[in-house]
Every structure is written in structure tokens, then in C-alpha cells.
Design a protein around this ligand. Structure first.
Ligand SMILES: Nc1ncnc2c1ncn2[C@@H]1O[C@H](COP(=O)(O)OP(=O)(O)OP(=O)(O)O)[C@@H](O)[C@H]1O
Length: 631
């Protein structure tokens, strides 16, 4: 048998402990939530593993958590009869392996205690929160189903080192003994503990018991004290209760338990489905994005239960990827208890549940948008760009998703995305048939895009898009309220009936008159452009570049380029503003000067659109030549 060993905490864990001990005072009670939460997870794990091996219960199938305090000794003890840990588990889990969350946690610290303490649970650094209130922590544990001699004792003062040593332990499960700091003795007070236990564990399906009053009874003249274990929490899984019985506070604290998030959720939706498929779901919209929202391997999915038995965390088969921010629980009556991830992937029932849960989640967002604009904006700011993946991933729900989208537009000219498509449609000009948008790499580039000039002049609103996903979104959105979308940088400018016949005629005539100039430009620019034409979309700029209706957009091209993907060959169309002095000056220019100005015009149009030049040095050379001539 190995003897006592002293080991160093991993660097990140050390940093974390320093922080726990020295800075997080504001919300100290959360350590209890974290430790109860761990105990509850440990019991869930044992219940699950015992499904096909009853012996793991070792004759004690009544899963529970017990909490007792000793005011004299300054200790608080939490005991569970869950799965327990062996020596390797203890070393890995409680010291040497920083969870991926720890680093992120450290990165995101703001120095503001309130905020920082809320981050603790979210990043899976729960156990160490014990050191907020304790100056020494002892963990006695034994893995269920192993001999009594394989117990382990872990001990640390949270200062950089911990010890592990073998322990003879009759019971399986884990006992955590906190030696409370002088200033944390309130956590040994019975009334305080009772209150906290109810606050943090009423909703979990596991009795949390306290050794409270000591019962003294006179027997044969001798005073005998009997410890009484009393269940303090409600101990009923929250989702199994009828909606009308559950308070908002309870929904909130259940969310905080399952999502490891100290903040309140923005909305929830709790439903029981009966009939062919029977299940209960409880879905939540968090208020802020987790750090791994955009990572491929990021944690997502619901907690899956089958007939109240916990089966797995992060069951991702029940919601589409674009709703990966939704947290919650699904409890099925139909799935088998030994269902695995592989089975979930193929089960047609799961597919049906996924489709129903998707609708529920979208409905929940719709309601939030309708009832609370401020919260909805909060949701959109956190998760809008994920929801924008929806129309491409989930064709059948794309209209519903379209209603949920928010944009910044020329109506507000602000980067905040807070205008819905319905808002846009309600402001459409008489005769306007399309919803116009511009896509650029950043908000300012979009807002100042030359292509918008005519739209601003005529008071036609344009959506200003600058998220990476936007080109992709627009390609899949199709239409909204019977109106199609038009990229102002693609194809011919078509303002529908906003322009009258006289205007159109005048434009045609100008185009005819400029034909010789157009031909001359084409001759000079040659292969660099697909076409040159006169436009009336510009009022201030001399020229702009646009793409053919069916070309891949400028933004998408840059994304594909950055991702090392082959980009389909396409050349821009140069459009010139016949009313601009520079264009007018071109007409009479001698050949050499004309060639320089033509090239500059094209290069400038590409730059204004946000593109980069193949030969920037040539552009600078030409520009300097022209500038010098004017001196
Ligand atoms: N009471 C317990 N019984 C068995 N294992 C435990 C217990 N408490 C902690 N552990 C183990 O230690 C690990 C680390 O716990 P910790 O609370 O730091 O992080 P976590 O539980 O993984 O994340 P989070 O707190 O966000 O749930 C757990 O994942 C679990 O494997």
C-alpha cells in the first residue's frame, strides 16, 4: 500500500486558490452550493452505474447528503454516499489537473468581487471554493464497489500543496471536512445552514439531511443523547412538479444548479408532453455566453434523465447546433435506461423530441421578444450571432428564426443590433419591393459604404451587416413577409417602384451619352473588371465596385480566403458616377493620364469596399504621379 504523499497543486490551481482565499469575500456562501452540487452529481453517477450492477450500492441504496457542524471544533462536514473516488481520481480531480475552465476563469476575472464570485461555478472550479471559508480541508473518500482498505484521505491548507494517504473506510462515498476560518464561523450556525441548504438544494432530487437537535431522553435515570437526522430540503426533482407549484426563485436556483451560472436566466419553458411520446422538458435561456460558445468542442446539450434517473450531461442530440446556448433538462419516459450517445444519435424518437424541443425553444424566444424588449436585447447581444446560423441549419424553421433576428440599420445608424425585420418592413417606402442590405467587415465600413449613397438620398432603409456569419445568413434566409433580400453591392441597382418613369428615362439617356467613356475604361482596365457601367447609386463617390447577382459576396470571399479554401474566380463590375467631377474630368484626359486615373478609380473603389489590392505599390505610385501633376 502506498503511504502518505505530498504533492504540489498545478500552477493554475495555485493561482485560483490564492484568489479564493484572498479576494472573494462578497458571496462566500456559494461554497455550499458547489459542494452540495458535487455530492448530488456523485449520487447521480452511482445511481446510473448501479443500474446494471446493484452491488455498487453496498447495501445502502438510499442516496443522500448529510451535513453537520461542530461549533466547538470549528468544523463543517458534508458527507455523501455517492460514487466516491479512488487515489488516482483524487489526485487528478483535486489538485493536479486544472480543468479547462480554470484558465478561462482566471482570464475572465474582472477584479470585481461580485462578478468574479459568480464566475466560479461556471468554470468548474467548484470544489476549491471550499477554501473561501476554510483554512484546512480534509476529504475522506472511497469509490463504491472497492474494498474498505482502498479509501483515500486528501488534505490541504490551500497553500500550494496537498497530501494523499491511504485510509480504511467502511462506507463508500465522500466526506469533506472544512475547518472554518475565524471569520466564517457563521457557517457552523444551524439556522444559517438550514437556510442555505433550502436555498441551494430544494430542487434537487436528493435528500440533504442535517444532524440537528440532539434528542435527550431520560432513560433509567441516565441522560442519553441521540443524534437526529432530518431532511431539510424539499428533495423533489423540480421538473417533476407542476408548473403552478414552482416559484420563479426556485426555477432560477435550479438553473443556477444545472448551468453552474451565478446569474439568473432570462427565460424558461417547462413542459410535460403526453401521448405517443412522453417526456418533460425544462429549457432555459442564459443571460451571458459561456467562454466556449464558438469552440467546436464546446460543452452543449441538455441534462438527460430517463424516468427520473440521471443518464448523462450534455446530451446534444435534443437541440440543433444553433440553439446550443440553451440549458436545461429533458426527462423521457420512453427511452431505455441504458441508452448511450450512439443510440441517441440513431433513435427516431430522439429526432422527434428534437424537433418539438426546437419549436419550444423558438417559442420561448419569441415570447421573450414580445414581453421584455430589454431582456431580449440582452439575449440578442449574447447569442444573436449563434442564432444567425439557424436559417442555414434548420430550413423548416427559418421563418420563425427570421422573426427573431435583430439588425443594425441605416434607420438608427448605430452598431447596436436592435431592429427586427418586421420593423424594417413597416418602414418600407411606397413602391419598395425588396429588403436591402450591405455586408462589410465592420460596422463603420458598412455604414459608410459608397453603395448606400442613393439609398440615403432617397430615404430607403438598408440593413448594415458586419458579423462574420452575415453573408451566410442572408444566403439562406430567402425571404421575409413575401419580400426578397437584395445585397446593394450585387447586380443592377433596382429600387423597384420607388423611382418614377421620368427618372429611369433620364438615367438611360445618361448611360447612352457616356458610352464612349465606358468603352475607353473597359479598354484600359481589361481583365481586371467583368464590366464597366454607369450607375446612379452614387451621389458623393466617383465609383464603386459591385458583383454579379450570383457571385460569392466580398465578405464571404475574404472568409474563404482566410480559411484557405479555394475561392471561385470572379471579377468585380466597376460602376461610375457620371455626375462626379473626377469622372467628368476623365472624359477629356489625354491617354497616359486617363490610364492612371482609370486604374486609381478602380483601386479606390476596391479599397472603399474593404478589399485589398493585388498591387498596392502600383496604386501609390500612380496616385503620387497624379498628385504631383496638380502641384
Ligand atoms: N463529493 C464528490 N464525490 C465524488 N467526486 C467528487 C466529489 N466532489 C468532487 N468530485 C470530483 O472532483 C471533480 C472536481 O470537482 P469540481 O467541483 O472542482 O469541478 P466539477 O464538479 O467538475 O465542476 P463544477 O463544479 O462546475 O460542476 C469533479 O468533477 C468530481 O469528479
Amino acid at each position: 500500500m502506498e503511504s502518505k504523499q505530498t504533492l504540489g497543486f498545478q500552477t493554475e490551481v495555485k493561482q485560483l486558490l490564492q484568489l479564493m482565499i484572498h479576494s472573494l469575500y462578497s458571496n462566500r456562501e456559494i461554497f455550499l452550493r458547489e459542494l452540495i452540487s458535487n455530492a448530488s452529481d456523485a449520487c447521480d453517477k452511482l445511481r446510473y452505474q448501479a443500474l446494471d450492477n446493484d452491488a455498487l450500492y453496498e447495501g445502502d441504496a438510499e442516496l443522500r447528503v448529510e451535513i453537520s457542524a461542530d461549533r466547538e471544533a470549528h468544523t463543517l462536514t458534508l458527507r455523501d454516499n455517492g460514487i466516491g473516488m479512488d487515489r488516482d481520481d483524487v489526485i487528478a480531480n483535486l489538485g493536479t489537473i486544472a480543468r479547462s475552465g480554470t484558465m478561462e476563469f482566471l482570464k475572465q476575472l474582472t477584479g470585481e468581487q461580485k462578478k468574479d464570485s459568480r464566475l466560479i461555478g461556471q468554470f468548474g472550479v467548484g470544489f476549491y471554493s471550499a477554501f473561501i471559508v476554510a483554512d484546512e480541508v480534509t476529504v475522506n473518500t472511497r469509490k463504491a464497489g472497492t474494498p474498505a482498505s482502498t479509501g483515500v484521505q486528501w488534505q490541504s491548507r490551500g497553500e500550494g500543496e496537498f497530501t494523499v494517504e491511504p485510509l480504511e473506510r467502511a462506507e463508500h462515498g465522500t466526506e469533506i471536512i472544512l475547518h472554518l476560518r475565524e471569520d466564517a464561523l457563521e457557517f457552523a450556525e444551524e439556522y444559517r445552514l438550514r437556510h442555505l441548504i433550502r436555498k441551494y438544494s430544494d430542487h434537487i432530487d436528493l435528500p440533504v439531511r442535517m444532524q440537528t437537535v440532539v434528542d435527550s431522553s431520560e432513560q433509567e435515570g441516565e441522560e442519553k443523547t441521540v443524534p437526529v437526522w432530518e431532511t431539510v430540503n424539499e428533495a423533489q426533482a423540480l421538473w417533476t412538479r407542476p408548473r403552478s407549484d414552482v416559484s420563479d426563485d426556485e426555477y432560477t436556483s435550479f438553473y443556477q444548479h444545472i448551468a453552474h451560472d451565478g446569474d439568473a436566466p432570462l427565460a424558461w419553458s417547462h413542459n410535460r408532453v403526453e401521448g405517443k411520446l412522453e417526456y418533460t422538458s425544462l429549457l432555459y435561456v442564459p443571460s451571458k455566453a459561456p467562454f466556449d460558445l464558438y469552440q467546436r468542442e464546446g460543452v452543449r446539450g441538455l441534462k438527460l434523465y430517463v424516468q427520473r434517473v440521471f443518464i448523462m450531461d450534455d446530451a446534444e442530440q435534443f437541440l440543433p447546433l444553433y440553439l446550443r446556448f440553451i440549458k436545461g433538462v429533458v426527462d423521457s419516459n420512453d427511452l431505455s435506461l441504458n441508452v448511450s450517445r450512439e443510440i441517441l444519435q440513431q433513435d427516431p424518437q430522439v429526432e422527434k423530441m428534437k424537433s418539438a424541443l426546437t419549436k419550444r425553444a423558438l417559442d420561448m424566444l419569441k415570447k421573450l421578444a414580445k414581453n421584455d424588449a430589454e431582456k431580449y436585447q440582452n439575449f440578442w447581444n449574447a447569442f444573436g450571432s449563434v442564432l444567425k446560423e439557424g436559417p442555414a441549419e434548420d430550413f423548416s424553421n427559418r421563418q420563425q428564426i427570421a422573426e427573431l433576428l435583430r439588425f443594425s440599420t441605416t434607420h438608427t445608424d448605430q452598431p447596436l443590433q436592435d431592429q427586427s425585420l418586421a420593423d424594417y418592413v413597416s418602414r418600407m417606402k411606397e413602391g419598395q419591393q425588396k429588403i436591402y442590405y450591405v455586408v462589410a467587415d465592420g460596422f463603420n465600413a458598412a455604414r459608410n459604404s459608397p453603395q448606400l449613397e442613393i439609398f440615403r438620398k432617397k430615404g430607403i432603409e438598408v440593413l448594415l451587416l458586419s458579423d462574420r456569419i452575415d453573408d451566410w445568413l442572408m444566403a439562406h434566409l430567402g425571404e421575409f413577409d413575401g419580400k426578397s433580400f437584395a445585397d446593394v453591392a450585387k447586380g443592377d441597382l433596382d429600387l423597384g417602384d420607388v423611382e418614377d418613369e421620368a427618372e429611369k428615362k433620364a438615367q438611360e439617356e445618361t448611360a447612352k451619352a457616356k458610352q464612349p467613356l465606358i468603352e475607353r475604361l473597359k479598354g484600359v482596365l481589361g481583365e481586371r473588371v467583368a464590366d464597366v457601367r454607369v450607375t446612379h447609386r452614387l451621389t458623393d463617390s466617383p465609383a464603386c465596385v459591385v458583383l454579379d447577382e450570383h457571385d460569392v459576396g466580398f465578405q464571404m470571399r475574404r472568409l474563404m480566403e482566410a480559411a484557405g479554401q479555394p475561392i471561385p474566380e470572379s471579377r468585380p463590375i466597376l460602376e461610375i458616377n457620371p455626375d462626379h467631377a473626377l469622372v467628368q474630368g476623365l472624359e477629356g484626359a489625354p491617354d497616359e493620364r486617363f490610364d492612371d486615373l482609370a486604374a486609381i478609380l478602380l483601386d479606390q473603389a476596391i479599397l472603399a469596399e474593404g478589399g485589398h489590392l493585388d498591387d498596392p505599390a502600383a496604386y501609390v505610385r500612380r496616385l503620387n504621379k497624379v498628385l504631383t501633376d496638380t502641384l
